[in-house]
Write a protein that binds this ligand. Structure first.
Ligand code: ADP
Ligand code: MG
Length: 549
């Protein structure tokens, strides 16, 4: 029996693990099951290269609860480990600077797991003793047993194990008895292992008998080894996507559309993003994008990986290239992550453009549902904004949709102010502003409907992006001041002359009504009527109303 000390630079790493990772201790199961999957995949790879010539046999991963013995066992039929392997991969954990690192990232419980090869050691978050029993795939390998009780000492010796592969046996400690409940394990497997690429078996299939569920003797496979996002888009129907969506988010309305992501270079990323029907409240984001790493669930908080506005979408992103276990601030500065984020943005924008071009009527019919997403994206992401200028739509009060370019062409000649700005008239409350909208329409002006949650910000953004453009609410006297571009003539007066003449003419207006009138020298026909005195539309209406009451 070999005895030894685990090679960590820190005197005793286990209290550190327990303390800092306490809040997230359930992830030990994810770590152990993914190790089992890795070992399985490695052997399959060796076999495919002809480096393993034996029988692969059943390659399932099993998670077994033994309540009486107080153990939880994760077994695989993968490559297994020899005593040398255990020495190398388990005993001598490369853990330089662990202490520093832990101190730096105290708040992110997940921080050191995985990133520093601590995956296996996370078992000590829930176990008072851990046993490895393993038989390597190598010819003439001898089975080996390793044991450690959570102190830096371990013992290692021969084991009696005939089957190739590894059993990791956790003797669950008293504080973590919950992990001896099959129901709790089922929940965790469903969360972390639902889409793993190798069948994971735990518990038995149940059936309804005599008024309750009872175990049958059939093993229960907990995962779907070929989730939709790993398939080729050409092999999938619309119904396949909808079905997958319902699996992920049961009970929700069908998504409006989706984007299948697939890239190999310069990073690997697959996934499907769904556009849900976004209701008005931007803060409701409970069913979020899920982040996977080689089909292992990692998190559903993707802030930092995708641009902020994308968190309104749903679906799955799977990438081995996202450093998943480090802090958010690190994520945001990571160049690989920046590239990934940029790629997703570009993909989403080009898919939207494609939808717009392929079927404009359909795009318009979905517009009211996706508008808030697109506006939010344009307001918060420069690159998305530039791309979206091509397909963002404006809706007028009659329900017609225009691209920015189309709208410009529509109003450019008729709706200009004296400074040569094109004036976009808009209403925020079509019922309340009904009479103003009517009046503007009668004059041949178009009125936009801007009643969305973000429209105020959106208008300011457009004003800064579009040249010589002014947005004016319809309930002002603006309609009165508009002049058709080609007809407007220069009065021929300079600024000094205007400021001299204006008070002169104003002085001739009856004192009581002075405020309601505007004096200008920009008549359509300066030769016939060199000066224009107009009454404020709003005041005129108020007066008319008062007179009729
Ligand atoms: P990582 O998985 O990031 O390498 P872990 O701490 O999870 O780090 O595992 C350390 C190493 O131990 C693995 O790289 C692998 O070589 C070995 N190992 C762990 N579990 C198994 C297993 N079930 N079968 C074979 N080897 C394993
Ligand atoms: Mg691991």
């Amino acid at each position: 029996m070999q005895k030894g000390q685990i090679g960590v630079t820190t005197e005793n790493i286990f209290p550190v693990i327990k303390k800092f990772l306490y809040s997230d201790h359930e992830i030990f199961l994810r770590e152990l099951v993914s190790n089992a999957i890795d070992a399985t995949q490695k052997l399959k790879t060796l076999a495919s290269f002809g480096e393993f010539k034996g029988e692969l046999g059943e390659m399932d991963v099993r998670v077994k609860v033994d309540k009486e013995a107080g153990t939880l066992t994760v077994s695989d039929r993968g490559i297994g480990m020899t005593a040398e392997d255990i020495d190398k991969y388990i005993n001598q954990i490369a853990f330089s600077g662990a202490e520093e690192f832990v101190n730096k990232y105290k708040d992110t419980a997940n921080a050191i797991i995985g990133h520093f090869g601590l995956g296996f050691y996370s078992a000590f978050m829930v176990a008072k003793k851990v046993e490895i029993r393993s038989l390597s795939y190598k010819e003439d390998a001898e089975a080996v047993c390793w044991e450690c009780d959570g102190s830096p000492e371990y013992s290692m010796g021969p084991a009696d194990k005939a089957e190739r592969g590894t059993d990791i046996v956790l003797y669950i400690d008293d504080d973590n008895k919950e992990f001896l409940e099959q129901a709790r394990i089922d929940t965790l497997l469903k969360k972390y292992c639902r889409f793993l690429p190798v069948p994971v078996i735990s518990g038995k299939v149940q059936e309804w008998k005599d008024g309750k569920y009872v175990d049958t003797d059939k093993d229960k496979v907990v995962n779907d080894t070929e989730p939709t996002w790993t398939k080729k888009p050409s092999e999938l129907t619309d119904e396949d996507y909808r079905k997958f969506y319902r699996e992920l988010y049961p009970g929700q309305e069908d998504p409006l559309f989706w984007i299948h992501l697939n890239v190999d270079y310069p990073f690997t990323l697959t996934g499907i993003l769904f556009f849900p029907k976004i209701k008005s409240n931007l803060d409701i984001r409970k069913d979020r994008i899920q982040l996977y790493c080689n089909q292992v669930f990692v998190t559903d908080s993707v802030e930092g990986v995708v641009p902020e506005f994308m968190t309104l979408l749903q679906g799955v992103i799977d990438s081995p290239d996202i450093p998943l276990n480090v802090s958010r601030s690190y994520l945001q500065s990571d160049t690989a992550v920046k590239k990934i984020s940029g790629y997703i943005t570009k993909k989403v924008a080009s898919r939207l453009e494609e939808l717009f071009k392929e079927n404009r009527a359909d795009f318009e019919s979905k517009w009211d549902d996706i508008k808030i997403f697109i506006e939010y994206g344009m307001l918060t992401d420069e690159k998305f904004c530039d791309a979206a200028m091509k397909f963002v739509l404006l809706r007028d009060t009659e329900g017609k949709y225009f691209t920015l370019e189309e709208y410009r062409a529509l109003v450019e000649s008729a709706q200009t102010d004296k400074d040569g700005n094109v004036v976009y008239i808009y209403a925020t409350d079509p019922t309340g502003q009904f009479s103003f909208i009517n009046a503007a329409n009668e004059k041949g002006y178009n009125v936009l409907l801007m009643d969305g949650q973000l429209d105020g910000h959106f208008i300011s953004m457009l004003e800064s992006k579009l040249e010589k453009t002014r947005f004016v609410r319809v309930d002002s006297e603006v309609a009165e001041k508009l002049i058709p571009k080609e007809d407007s003539k220069d009065s021929g007066l300079n600024a000094d002359q205007i400021s001299l003449l204006t008070p002169l003419f104003r002085s001739q207006i009856p004192a009581v009504d002075k405020a309601e009138f505007l004096v200008s020298f920009e008549s359509l026909d300066p030769a016939a009527s060199p000066i224009l005195i107009t009454q404020n539309e709003y005041m005129r209406r108020m007066k008319d109303m008062a007179a009729t009451q």
